[in-house]
Write a protein that binds this ligand. Sequence first.
Ligand code: TYD
Length: 136
Amino acid sequence: MTFDDVKLITLPKILDERGNLSFFQNEDQIPFSIQRAYWIYDVPGGEHRGGHAYKDLQEVIIALSGSFDVVIDDGKNKKVITLNRSYNALYIPKLVWRKLENFSTNSLAFIVCDKQYDAEQYIRDYDEYLKVKTNG
Ligand code: TYD
């Protein structure tokens, strides 16, 4: 997996004088069937979240409110993607190192993924990540 597999998906926007609405549903806007959703909020200034990769788990990250940066790393290159629109969904496949940082006040990160929670899915050690990437 490399950066080429990370995709910024523009979700549908229904614009209305009463306000805007966006959505996604399984396998239409996002390329997997959702098994779990979680969200990160009330992040104190200067804190970061994540800082790991998943062995076999795909996810989509949305800034439902506010903004934050997603730093992705494929073991060779790093890239920073700022999420600040609730109609943008960042797709991250398995085996991409990712970290969320630079959270604005009252930001809300919403994440959906294709697997139920399993601590065994995490690679939390960067050197171990590099080994997995090198050895396949
Ligand atoms: P973790 O994934 O380490 O947070 P982050 O990547 O944002 O830094 O999760 C923090 C804690 O929450 C950890 O003890 C596991 C627990 N957790 C669940 O029980 N279920 C979940 O779906 C998630 C994402 C985390």
